[in-house]
Design a binder for this molecule. Structure first.
Ligand code: E4P
Length: 223
């Protein structure tokens, strides 16, 4: 499963990229607005920080003609850019057009398998199924991820299912169980995935035993 970080913060992207396991970055208008910096400069810097990764940048118009203009502008900035498009009627028409032009797309704000079908049929590269926002209203957000994976696989659509709106590491595990192709999450969640109390305890004991024995990797062996 691909791991994306969901942020517009360059420092966060830099930190996640350092680990060498990051496959891409997703942004949205809220995350870009939070940076207080320009959209183009932020997205270009992210592309530089994650070479070869898929970097999603979202259109903000809601009428087809303006959405198309925005999509062509955004995708002209860098070959790694994936145009993020909301699941509305002109959005699906836009995805079909961009697919024909071989421009990658990420259909966002998807909450149901029926919506996901429309995105798959339009040729979306990624279908962003939001999990946490559904859990927030006492429903099971991961169900639509699992249903969408099954739909895509049963009918042979090329779209990859992207579990978005991830709130905690258990969502990542559930996304794996659902067969999701990608999960995007805030840096905080990626950092939490490293954590296990037995890892900390085990490492503490290894190092204490090593120190007690006076060993050194580079020095001479104790006599
Ligand atoms: C997806 O690409 C979205 O940017 C994101 O996952 C939304 O997450 P939120 O529900 O935590 O805002």
């Amino acid at each position: 499963m691909k791991l994306f970080v969901d942020t517009g913060d360059l420092e966060e992207v830099r930190r996640a990229a350092e680990w060498g396991i990051l496959d891409g970055v997703t942004t949205n208008p809220t995350l870009i607005a939070k940076t207080g910096k320009g959209f183009r400069e932020t997205v270009l810097k992210i592309c530089e920080l994650v070479p070869g990764g898929d970097i999603s940048a979202e259109v903000v118009a809601t009428d087809y003609d303006t959405m198309l203009k925005e999509a062509l502008e955004i995708s002209s900035w860098h070959p790694q850019i994936v145009v993020k498009v909301p699941l509305i009627e002109p959005g699906i028409r836009l995805v079909k057009e961009l697919t024909q032009r071989e421009i990658k797309t990420n259909v966002t704000l998807v909450f149901s398998v029926s919506q996901a079908l429309l995105a798959a049929k339009a040729g979306a590269t990624y279908i962003s199924n939001f999990v946490g926002r559904v859990d927030d209203i006492s429903d099971d957000g991961m169900r639509a991820v699992a249903d969408t994976v099954r739909m895509v696989e049963t009918y042979g659509y090329e779209s990859e299912v992207l579990a978005a709106s991830i709130r905690h590491p258990l969502h990542v595990v559930q996304a794996l169980e659902a067969g999701s192709h990608v999960a995007t999450m805030p840096l905080k969640i990626l950092e939490m995935m490293f954590k296990h109390p037995l890892t900390d305890l085990g490492l503490e004991r290894f190092l204490a035993d090593w120190d007690k024995a006076g060993l050194s990797i580079f020095g001479t062996a104790p006599v």
